[in-house]
Structure formats: C-alpha cells, structure tokens
Design a protein. Sequence first.
Length: 286
Amino acid sequence: MSWTGNSDASPTARIATVRNALVPSEDKFIQLLLDDPAAAVENTAQEIADRAGVARSTVIRACQRLGYRGYPQLRVALTRELAQTEAREVTYEKGALGRIRAEVDALAAALPHITAALDSDGVDDAVTRIATARRLLVIANGLSSAQASDLAMRLTAIGRPSEYVADAIGQQIAARGLAPDDACVVISGSGANESTLRSARAVRASGAHLIAVTSFAQSPLVELADNALVIAPATGSFRHELEHTSRVSHTILLESLVGLVASELGETADQTRALVLDVLSDNLSE
C-alpha cells in the first residue's frame, strides 16, 4: 500500500504514517535517509542503495510507498523540507528550560504536517457519524485511555451523549451490544494494541460504524475501520511512538472533532453548554 494522503505532505510526515509496514530492506534505506538527509539528497538512487546495502529496486519501491514516482522526486521533496528546517534553526540555552523550549519549537514545526494523511470526505463522514449515531461508544487502552475518557466527556458536554468503558472486557461487551445505527470511536496510537483490536472486532461483529483514530495508515486497526482518521505522530517514528508516546497530535485532532460535532449539533450544543456552565458555576468555590 502506498501513500494516499495530502500530496503536499513532507517526506518525514509520509514516513511517519507508513514506516511500521515497511519490510526490513526498505526500512534500512529509510533509516539512512533520516540519519543524514543532507547527504542523502546528494546521492543517486544507486549510490544511496549501495550505502544502505540494499538493491536499487528496494529504494524505488520504498519511494513509491511514500507516494513518489521514484527517488528523484523524493530528493526534491527532501531538499525542500531541509531548507524549511534550516531556516528555523535556533540555539537554545542549556538546562531543562532550554530543552523544553527546543522540544516545544520542534513540535510546533511538526504540527502542520500531522494532518497530512487525512482526507476531507473522511473527516466529514466521521463528524456526521459521531453527531447522528443513536448510541456512541468511545474505546481505548493503555496511554490512549485518558484521551478516550476525555473525548467522551467533552462530547457529552456539547449534547452528544457518549459512553466510555475503561475495562478491556467491558469494552468488548459494550461493543457487541451496539447496533447498525450506532457508532464507535476507537483510539490507538499504534493501531496494534491487542485489547483494543478485540474491541474493534466486536464493533465489526455488531454492525456498528467503526471510526479509528490512529497514527499509522498501515495497521490492523485501519484494516478493521469503516473510517480511519490517520494523524501522523509529531515525533515522526514508530519506535518513538512506542517508547515515548506523545499524544499531542491526537489531542489536537480530537478537540477539533468536538468543535466540529458541536457545529453539527447547532442549538442542541448551545443549550447543553449553558447547562454545563450552570453546573460548573455551582461547583466553584470562592
């Protein structure tokens, strides 16, 4: 499967969403590209294949997986990305604060690319399904659990009652109880959490509409989903996603979805928000 997202997406954004599905020889080339992109753009396809210890055909195939016709097109795109990166390089002070500022700026630079794999029709469909489903279930496990709980609460607070079940077995039971006019949002950064996949399979068995929120276009969860919202990890790699797991990009998407659903609900959202403000007012102390 090759890249199907935004044609303006940077090479690193494309790599982030498909790298988990590359074969080892393709990944060797990609790793060399990421380790030294400035040197890579000076190489021909054969030269970089020799450096990576793979066949030239492997390089071409990997480029096509990223949505390019071949290595020359990838070189041009990588050159453009390098120029943009070099233009915003900044030296930070030493210490914890300097590191925080560096990481915040790196994240800010990555954010424009996290929506690269989304398509307009898919987002529109997800918003409509969430807003109109008879019953809405939100599922996640591990480090995505907090996001699922937050999404269910935020949607309920705008007049879209939503259910979140924390227990993995309870999730499967709730999922099997769904009906064809219901929907379920399943959140998983890797798209490969086995507990989450069991719940996703239960959703499929129920006939309900399955909306997946994940970081990787080629994953078991995407294969199960009716609608996959692939949001590129801001960190840029599958390994970093597993080891350090930033949920910033998912948080941005989910908060945006809540706003879009609120617009879809119109007056219902306005009325519910007014009730929520009354509750909050009653619970605030001097």
